[in-house]
Design a protein around this ligand. Structure first.
Ligand SMILES: *Cc1c(COP(=O)(O)O)cnc(C)c1O
Length: 463
C-alpha cells in the first residue's frame, strides 16, 4: 500500500492496487493496446515502432532518455473529448499535465479550450496563438502580475480561489476598465481516486472555498457585488486518476445545491458549472478507464438530473481533462546501463534517466508498465525493478515489472503513458539534463521541446 495511504487514495495522487503483478504476462513481447498510444506496434524485426518509426532509430537520432509523443493519438483524444461533450459543453485541456507551443497549437486546432495555472503557462499559451477568451486561469495564489497579465490579455475565465483573490481580481479588472468573467472554485468535500471516493463535510486542502460552513456562499455574495467581476458559475475538481463517476455524482449534487441557494438568495441562476478534471488512464494492463463518451453521458445525465430536481435551468458544463488527453500519447525511451541481480529477490535494471524525468513513481507510488523496445525476446520473464541513475534509493521508474531475463546493457526500454506529469514535473536533480519531447507522426519525428544542454545548466549558474 502507498506511503501516503488515504481512504480514497493519496490526495490527488495514485495508489498501488493490492496483490499487483503476481504473475508474469503470457508473452512479454505483446504490447497491450490500451497502455500504448495508438500507432505503437512491434514490427517484424521485433522492434517497438511509433508512427512507423523504430525505437532504435529514434534513440540513435534523438538520444535517450527522451519522450516520444504520438501526435495522431493526441489529436484523436482531443477530438474524442470534444465530440463526446458536443457543442453544449466546453472541454478545457489542463495544460499543467504537459504544455508546449506545439501542444497549444494542436489544442487550438482541435477546438479545445485551455487551462493554465501560472504566468509561464499563460505566456506559452498566448505566445503560441491560443485565443485568450478560450483560456482559463487557475491557481490558489495567483500573483498580482499573473492576474494583471491574464486580465489584460482578456482570458475567458479566472477561477477564483480565495476571498483575497475575489477582491484582487475585481480591483485589477476595474483599474483596467474591464469586467472579468470568473468562476468560484468550491470544495465540495469529495475526494475521488480510481474506483473510490470519500465524501465529508469539509476538505482539508489548500484549494477552493468550502461549501460546508458557508464560505462558498459568502464568496458568491461578494463576487456578485463587485463591478469588476462577472460571475459565470461554480468550479469543482475532486481528484485524479478517477475511473468511476460516482464521486462526480456527489460533487454535482452539492454544486447544484449551491446554485439553488444562489438563486433563492440572489434571484440569479448562474449559467455555468465546471466539474474539473481528474479522469483516469491505463498505466498498466489492469487499469480500465472509461471512454470519453461514457464519461460525457454520465456527467451530462448527473447534472441534468440534479438541476431538474432543483428546478434550475441546466447550466453549461465544462470539464478539464489533462492526463486523459496527453497521458497515453507518449512513452519514455531509456537505455539500460547496468543489470544487477539480487538472488531470490529481483533484478535491478538501471536506465539513463529516472526521477528527474518521471517523479511520479517516487512521489505517488505511481505504477507503470515497461517493455523491451529494441528487440523481441524469448527469454523467461524475470521480476525486475527499473531504476534511474540518481543518488537516491527511491529513484524508481517502474517498481514491479516483468522483463525478459536476457535484458542487458545497451537494450532500450520503453515506459508507456508518460505524457502527463512527467516532462512537466521534470527536474535537474543531480544536474540531469531534462529530456526532449519528440513529436512523431506519419513516419516523421520533430523535436517540440529540445533536450537541455550543459550550456543550459551552466547558464543559470552565474558563478
Ligand atoms: C490538475 C487539474 C486538472 C487536470 O487533472 P487531470 O488529472 O490531469 O485530468 C483539471 N482541473 C484542475 C482544477 C486541476 O487542478
Amino acid at each position: 500500500m502507498s506511503r501516503s495511504a488515504h481512504p480514497a487514495g493519496p490526495r490527488y495522487a495514485d495508489v498501488l492496487p493490492e496483490g499487483h503483478y503476481t504473475a508474469p504476462p503470457a508473452d512479454l513481447n505483446v504490447l497491450d493496446a490500451h497502455v500504448w498510444s495508438r500507432t505503437v506496434t512491434r514490427d517484424a524485426d521485433g522492434v517497438v515502432t511509433v508512427a512507423g518509426l523504430k525505437a532504435t532509430a529514434l534513440a540513435e537520432e534523438f538520444g535517450t532518455p527522451a519522450y516520444f509523443l504520438d501526435e495522431e493519438d493526441f489529436r484523436a483524444r482531443c477530438r474524442a473529448w470534444r465530440d463526446a461533450f458536443g457543442t453544449e459543453a466546453d472541454v478545457f485541456y489542463a495544460g499543467k499535465a504537459f504544455l508546449s507551443r506545439a501542444i497549444v497549437r494542436w489544442i487550438h486546432e482541435e477546438n479545445l479550450n485551455l487551462d493554465v495555472c501560472s504566468s509561464g503557462e499563460l505566456l506559452t499559451a498566448l505566445d503560441a496563438g491560443m485565443p485568450a477568451e478560450r483560456i482559463a486561469l487557475h491557481g490558489n495564489n495567483k500573483s498580482t502580475e499573473e492576474i494583471t497579465r491574464a486580465v489584460e490579455a482578456g482570458v475567458g475565465r479566472i477561477v477564483l480561489d480565495s476571498f483575497q483573490e475575489i477582491a484582487r481580481v475585481a480591483h485589477i479588472a476595474e483599474r483596467l476598465g474591464k469586467r472579468q468573467r470568473v468562476l468560484i472554485r468550491v470544495t465540495v468535500g469529495v475526494e475521488a481516486h480510481t474506483h473510490e471516493f470519500i465524501a465529508t463535510a469539509h476538505e482539508d486542502q489548500k484549494f477552493g472555498l468550502a461549501l460546508g460552513g458557508g464560505q462558498a456562499a459568502e464568496a458568491v455574495r461578494r463576487a456578485l457585488k463587485l463591478d469588476g467581476l462577472e460571475l459565470l458559475g461554480i468550479h469543482s475538481h475532486i481528484g485524479s486518476q478517477i475511473f468511476d463517476t460516482s464521486g462526480f455524482e456527489v460533487a454535482a449534487h452539492r454544486v447544484v445545491g449551491l446554485l439553488r441557494q444562489i438563486r433563492d438568495e440572489h434571484g440569479v441562476e448562474l449559467p455555468e458549472i465546471d466539474l474539473g478534471g481528474g479522469l483516469g488512464i491505463a498505466y498498466t494492463a489492469e487499469d480500465d478507464p472509461r471512454e470519453p463518451h461514457e464519461i460525457a453521458t454520465a456527467l451530462r445525465e448527473i447534472v441534468t438530473r440534479e438541476c431538474r430536481a432543483a428546478g434550475l435551468t441546466v447550466p453549461r458544463l465544462s470539464v478539464e481533462p489533462g492526463r486523459a488527453i496527453v497521458g497515453p500519447t507518449a512513452f519514455t525511451l531509456y537505455e539500460v546501463g547496468t543489470v544487477k541481480e539480487l538472488p531470490g529477490l529481483r533484478t535491478y535494471v538501471s536506465v539513463d534517466g529516472g526521477m528527474s524525468d518521471n517523479i511520479r513513481t517516487a512521489l505517488y507510488d505511481a505504477e507503470y508498465s515497461v517493455a523491451l523496445a529494441s528487440r523481441a525476446s524469448t527469454a523467461e520473464p524475470m521480476l525486475a525493478r527499473v531504476v534511474g541513475k540518481h543518488c537516491e534509493s527511491g529513484d524508481i521508474v517502474v517498481r514491479d515489472a516483468f522483463l525478459p531475463a536476457d535484458t542487458a546493457p545497451g537494450d532500450l526500454l520503453a515506459v508507456p503513458a508518460t505524457g502527463a506529469y512527467c516532462r512537466s514535473m521534470a527536474s535537474n536533480y543531480n544536474h540531469a539534463l531534462r529530456p526532449p519531447v519528440v513529436a512523431v507522426k506519419d513516419g516523421a519525428a520533430r523535436v517540440i521541446v529540445r533536450r537541455e544542454t550543459e550550456e543550459d545548466l551552466l547558464r543559470l549558474d552565474v558563478g
